[in-house]
Design a binder for this molecule. Structure first.
Ligand code: NDP
Ligand code: MG
Length: 384
């Protein structure tokens, strides 16, 4: 029996790596639904190649353009809008939904998939940062699996298998340190969007590439790890590992450490989460020990990465603070990419929003979405 997959964010970076996995394992995995924001041509090409029966273009103008003939197959049922996205996530024939849209747009579809009893492969971290308490509770209530596709969390998931929670001392997330890891700190003021969207190890979408440079990405991943693995901030650490081959560590109470290694490509984690609990041949070359290489590790310097410190602060504060961190960061990065803000103003926007927003200790989902919207408006209006 093939596992039937819905892929939200099919035209993005994770989406295209997922398609490579699906091509290589077509005898085990079948694509039954795809979604994108506005890239109608690429989505249509995917529907042709994989004979996908259901597709959603979230953006209405793109949907209308597509209806006027941008080449979707006649056998693909195409729809538009957020409700269509939620319906796709809950598609009756689907077994697993891979959430690879960017930002909090993934939250409602994730909840819809969980309510419909689907397993979730989770690449999108922002939805857990915003709504982790609600998503985890819903998944437990429905007995569905949250399978981490983010490489660090996928590594930790693999290392934890078979070990009781009480034996875990801490999780150590690896971080590449981004593209300015070795630049003098006083030169960071001159970083441009062009510089910040080039990553030395990973090929990713623009938002996460900037987040990787500031290490806001690792901050979001700490919060993601807190929800996925139920550990307090004191037991979540970050270490810089420039080669991005060790994807994270688990340290147990007896001092033993387990790690997961693979080359820096998302196909390994995507394949693991989609095929779980099965394993199969990888789509790319594995780690090659015949050519000498080194693995280096060092502690992060918070003066270089203020966003990482702010993420720890938000995680420790709990309540609505992680949602504020996420929304402020998302807007600050968009404004930086639009050349409205300087690189070093990204942490300043987050700091300002965190320090001026009342922290609600246990917000409802609706309250979180309100806080998200209010923080976005605040971050958008901030002037320096
Ligand atoms: P990209 O920007 O490359 O792709 C985003 C995808 O989501 C595109 O297909 C886009 O469609 C679609 N999309 C965006 N908004 C919506 C929406 N509202 N409704 C439907 N579709 C939407 O992002 P990435 O692939 O880099 O990242 C996706 C997620 O995975 C993020 O949460 C990121 O943090 C996470 N992640 C990414 C990693 C990576 O290596 N890239 C690694 C680990 C996690 P369109 O093309 O039409 O705009
Ligand atoms: Mg990651």
């Amino acid at each position: 029996m093939k596992k039937k997959v819905v892929l939200l964010g099919a035209t993005g970076s994770i989406g295209s790596s997922t398609l490579r996995v699906l091509r290589a394992h077509s005898e085990r995995l079948q694509l039954v639904g795809v979604a994108a924001q506005s890239n109608d041509r690429e989505l249509a090409a995917i529907c042709h190649e994989f004979a996908v029966p259901h597709a959603v273009l979230n953006d209405d103008a793109s949907y209308r353009r597509a209806r006027q003939g941008s080449g979707f197959p006649g056998t693909t049922q195409l729809s538009s809008g957020t409700q269509a996205l939620e319906a796709l996530a809950a598609l009756p024939e689907a077994d697993i939904v891979l959430i690879a849209v960017v930002g909090v747009a993934g939250l409602r579809p994730a909840l819809a998939a969980i309510e419909a009893g689907k397993d979730i492969a989770l690449a999108n971290k922002e939805l857990l940062v915003l709504g982790g308490a609600h998503v985890v509770k819903a998944a437990q209530r429905k007995g569905v699996r949250l399978l981490p596709t983010d490489s660090e969390h996928n590594a930790i998931f693999q290392c934890l298998e078979g070990h009781p929670h009480g034996q875990v001392d801490k999780l150590i997330l690896t971080a590449s340190g981004g593209q300015f890891r070795d630049s003098p700190v006083d030169q960071l003021a001159t970083v441009t969007p062009e510089m910040a969207t080039q990553h030395p190890n990973w090929s990713m979408g623009p938002k996460i590439t900037v987040d990787s440079a500031t290490m806001a990405n690792k901050g979001l991943e700490l919060i993601e790890a807190h929800w996925l693995f139920n550990l307090e901030p004191e037991r979540l650490e970050v270490v810089i590992h420039p080669q991005s081959i060790v994807h994270s560590f688990v340290q147990f109470i007896d001092g033993s450490i387990l790690a997961q290694l693979s080359p820096p490509s998302m196909t390994f984690a995507i394949q693991h989460s989609l095929l779980y609990p099965e394993r199969a041949t990888p789509v790319e070359a594995t780690v090659d020990f015949t050519n000498p290489f080194s693995l280096d590790f060092k502690a992060p310097d918070y003066a270089r990465y203020p966003c990482l410190q702010l993420a720890y602060d938000a995680l420790r504060a709990g309540g609505s603070a992680p949602a504020v961190f996420n929304a402020a960061n998302e807007v600050a990065v968009a404004r930086f990419l639009a050349k409205e803000l300087a690189y070093l103003e990204i942490p300043e926007v987050i700091r300002h929003c965190l320090s001026t927003t009342h922290n609600d200790p246990s917000p409802s989902l609706e309250q979180l979405l309100e806080i998200d919207a209010e923080t976005r408006a605040q971050a958008q209006a901030l002037k320096f």
